[in-house]
Write a protein that binds this ligand. Structure first.
Ligand SMILES: [Zn+2]
Length: 384
């Protein structure tokens, strides 16, 4: 069982050498991997750090079943609770680090009630842990942009302030104007040279129409490789010929898909998308917030959920789920120097087990998490 044990030498935060039988001199800090598995750092490519109740007393779920119920409940609770986005972000970032996450793409709410306050908070948190996590921020119009006068100007200001991507939300169901919404967010992205990452929950043909509009704008602006559609439930709902047409549009235009393998709805089929040439990443999405009580920022568990919901039983299929939560996310984020080769950043995780699929199924505590050559978590506990 298992591959031969190897040693890594890390220098200046980079993997400098991979060999067997490397000896650490007295001046070099050594860690004994004890023959465990070595994985690249996990990439959580869809979080909402500013919303979470993580670390606060348990709060029973209150929102009704519709998206608009959740938006309204969140706005009410935000006023009542007055929690700090910066403090909450830090708590969840530490949880993620303890689980082996080294890269995060975080959507941050921008609306006319809170303005840029959540973005300021998450940016402050990002700065505090900047050497311990690589983070991208998406300016996210959770309450809509066209339906909320002033929101588009705030979105523009958010990207000016430091968000790397422009978010979007259900252009027909929430915004009632798919062309207007998508023209609006792509215009902001073009103005700032930013990427785009759109929440698209719209079902079936309606969602497929939104993907066609997104592909048109991506092509027109030459934004291939910089656009992600998050959720895209429609890809799991449409018939096979329609799926193949949409997957082809995504692939040819360099548009990636984020799925977190939701429990309540159809979701994009991972292997057919990858076979069509579409990059697929994953993320935690909402974690213990007004949108829902679940989640723990564990991307190894997310890989298990991707595999479980996809009915993956063979080791190579389960490894595909793990690849989505590592290299898939790193590619979508454009993370340079990611991986386990010489010259890559020393961002990695050590877990017990003989096989990658076993690690996904068991989700054991992370023995060691290293970011930039520094031990940031040990035995499941974040050290920073
Ligand atoms: Zn989300």
């Amino acid at each position: 069982m298992g591959a031969a044990a190897i040693d890594l030498r890390v220098e200046d935060g980079v993997i400098a050498e991979i060999a067997t039988g490397l000896a650490a001199g007295p001046e070099v800090a050594a860690e004994d991997g004890d023959g465990q598995l070595l994985l690249p750092g996990f990439v959580d490519a869809h979080m909402h750090l500013d919303k979470t109740f993580w670390g606060l007393p348990w709060r029973p779920h209150q929102a009704g079943p519709l998206t608009i119920d959740k938006i309204e409940t969140e706005r009410r609770l935000r006023r009542e609770l007055d929690i700090s986005p910066e403090d909450q972000a830090i708590k969840l970032m530490r949880q993620a680090i303890g689980k082996g996450t080294t890269h995060i793409r975080c959507h941050v709410d921008i609306d006319t009630e809170i303005g840029l306050a959540n973005l300021e908070g998450v940016m402050a948190a990002r700065e505090r842990l900047k050497d311990r996590l690589t983070m991208q921020l998406v300016a996210f119009p959770q309450s809509g942009m066209l339906v909320s006068p002033g929101a588009a100007e705030l979105m523009d200001a958010a990207v000016e302030m430091g968000a790397e991507l422009v978010g979007g939300i259900d252009p027909s169901i929430i915004e009632r104007d798919p062309v207007g919404h998508l023209d609006g967010i792509f215009a902001i992205a073009e103005r700032h040279g930013a990427g785009v990452d759109i929440h698209l929950h719209e079902p079936g043909a309606l969602g497929g129409f939104a993907i066609e509009l997104i592909a048109e704008r991506t092509r027109a602006l030459g934004m291939g490789g910089k656009v992600t559609v998050s959720h895209a439930f429609c890809l799991g709902m449409v018939d096979r010929p329609t799926f193949e047409t949409l997957a082809g549009l995504l692939a040819v235009n360099g548009i990636s898909i984020m799925t977190h393998a939701p429990g309540h709805v159809a979701f994009p089929p991972i292997k057919p998308l990858r076979e069509a040439g579409v990059m697929v990443c994953s993320g935690s999405d909402n974690i213990r917030d007004s949108w829902g009580p679940y989640g723990n920022a564990d991307m190894l568990e997310r890989a298990m959920l991707l595999g479980y919901r996809s009915n993956y039983r063979l080791d190579p299929d389960i490894e595909t789920a793990l690849d989505v939560t590592t290299f898939g996310g790193a590619t979508v984020m454009g993370a340079e120097g990611y991986g386990l080769k010489v010259g890559c950043h020393a961002d990695f995780v050590v877990v017990p087990g003989d096989a990658l699929a076993e690690a996904v199924v068991n989700r054991p505590p992370r023995s060691l998490v290293v970011k930039g050559g520094v031990v940031v978590a040990r035995n499941g506990t974040c050290l920073v």
